[in-house]
Design a protein around this ligand. Structure first.
Ligand SMILES: [Ca+2]
Ligand SMILES: [Ca+2]
Ligand SMILES: [Ca+2]
Length: 427
């Protein structure tokens, strides 16, 4: 292997169809033994497909090793992306049946990029059954940027699907792990209706799913009718309890409408240090309509821990992955202590207008420090930014594995913090 340009190039990009690959029937690799390709060590992309003239061709890309060695135990990087689709439709990368999926890893940029320019955006791509960033025996073969990047107005592309039968040999999801940045990034104001469901997403350097490639997007307004996957918010857990051997979940969402949404739950061996669950084991899906208070109440059969979730709307927009478990939400600039550390609730004992329990940053840290579980501390202080928390004495050091995310505060813009912790009185 090792071409000076792309490994396989079709269409408007540099290079031509290379001999030796079965692209005339619009397949790059087939599921049978020995019918996949090793597409590694190329200077540019492993596979580049550009233009729209191949649209009717229904190209399938199956059973290939892209950026790896023959035994999928090491990386032989392509210089750019593993697969770049640039204004193409429709294409299937992998598939649910055995040996239809590709191994895609070790590439200099992303594992898979869907991109394009005006009118020639990439749509109707299916990405199923692939191992992206993960080699044989769980080997680390992460890609250098995002595993899957969906950009430039691309729409109606499907990354995984819930598995209708976990007991058969079909698996329509993807394994997406060990990447330097996020698992799946959705970028661009008009990039939408890209469902991301039923995947095993874990151990990525950034978020499991990152809308906007800007970290947690909870501060983005989901009511603007634009933004990557419409900035759909993940629900926020308000309570998780084990009742009679089942897991009872309460959650809330800033929903624009009360149309049905689907919530997908994932279990994780442990919470991600960023505080946002990735989604390692797809567990349970349910269609829900939020009540007038935007609350949902769902019983998941069996006892599960370190839960995270996504929501997907009727049009196929999927949110980022929620926090791992119930977050503490700071809703005041007061600096009062927790009134009962260890009771599982971060609260000062005061009530806010509307009856919410007041939760200070100090109370959240104090409550988090009473457990060894990972905790996420978010901010939702009412009123106009900026906010200043004037300390009455030093905050206790965090002893729990907790993530404090002040980008969750409404009013935050990328790189412009709006919550200030002010030690002016501490001398
Ligand atoms: Ca199955
Ligand atoms: Ca984001
Ligand atoms: Ca407490």
């Amino acid at each position: 292997m090792g071409n000076g340009g792309h490994g396989i190039s079709i269409g408007a990009g540099p290079g031509k169809i290379l001999p030796g690959f079965n692209v005339l029937n619009c397949t790059i690799g087939r599921p049978a033994d020995g019918e996949g390709n090793i597409i590694s060590g190329n200077k540019l992309d492993g596979i580049y497909i550009g233009g729209d003239e191949f649209g009717p061709c229904n190209i399938t890309i199956q059973n290939n090793l892209i950026g790896t060695n023959e035994t999928v135990t090491d990386m032989i990087p392509n210089g750019r992306n593993g697969i770049e689709l640039d204004g193409t439709r429709p294409i299937m990368i992998g598939g649910p049946a055995p040996h239809e999926g590709n191994y895609i890893g070790g590439n200099g940029l992303s594992g898979i990029v869907l991109t394009g320019v005006a009118e020639f955006y990439t749509d109707n791509v299916g990405i199923h059954g692939n191992s992206i960033g993960v080699g044989a025996q769980q080997t680390y073969i992460g890609n250098n940027l995002d595993e899957v990047t969906i950009d430039a107005d691309s729409r109606n592309n499907t990354v995984g699907e819930p598995d209708p039968d976990p007991n058969d040999d079909q698996f329509p999801g993807n394994v997406i792990a060990y990447n330097e940045r996020s698992g799946v990034a959705v970028i661009g104001n008009l990039t939408r209706q890209n469902p991301i469901r039923g995947n095993y997403i874990y151990s990525n350097g950034g978020l499991g799913i990152d809308l906007g490639a800007d970290g947690p997007s909870i501060h983005h307004d989901p009511n603007l009718a634009e933004g990557p996957n419409l900035w759909l918010h993940a629900p926020i857990f308000t309570a998780i309890q084990i009742v009679n051997g089942d897991t009872v979940v309460d959650a809330t969402l800033d929903a624009l409408t009360n149309a049905p949404f689907t919530v997908d739950f994932f279990a994780n061996k442990s919470c991600d240090p960023l505080g946002y669950g990735e989604g390692k084991f797809p567990l349970f899906s349910q269609s829900v309509t939020y009540d007038q208070h935007d609350n949902i109440h769902i019983v998941i059969p069996g006892e599960h821990h370190n839960l995270s979730m996504t929501t997907t709307d009727l049009f196929g927009n999927t949110s980022e992955i929620s926090t791992c478990g119930v977050p503490y939400i700071v809703n005041t600039t007061n600096d009062l202590p927790d009134d009962n550390p260890g009771d599982g609730v971060a609260k000062t004992g005061n009530l806010l207008p509307g009856g919410r329990l007041e939760c200070s940053l100090r109370a959240a840290i104090m409550e988090a420090n009473t457990t060894t579980d990972s905790q996420t501390i978010l901010f939702d202080i009412p009123g106009a930014a900026p906010f200043s928390i004037v300390l009455t004495n030093f905050l206790p050091p965090l002893t729990a594995p907790a993530a404090i995310d002040a980008t969750s505060q409404q009013g935050y813009a990328f790189g412009h913090p709006v919550v200030k912790v002010d030690g002016v009185n501490l001398g």
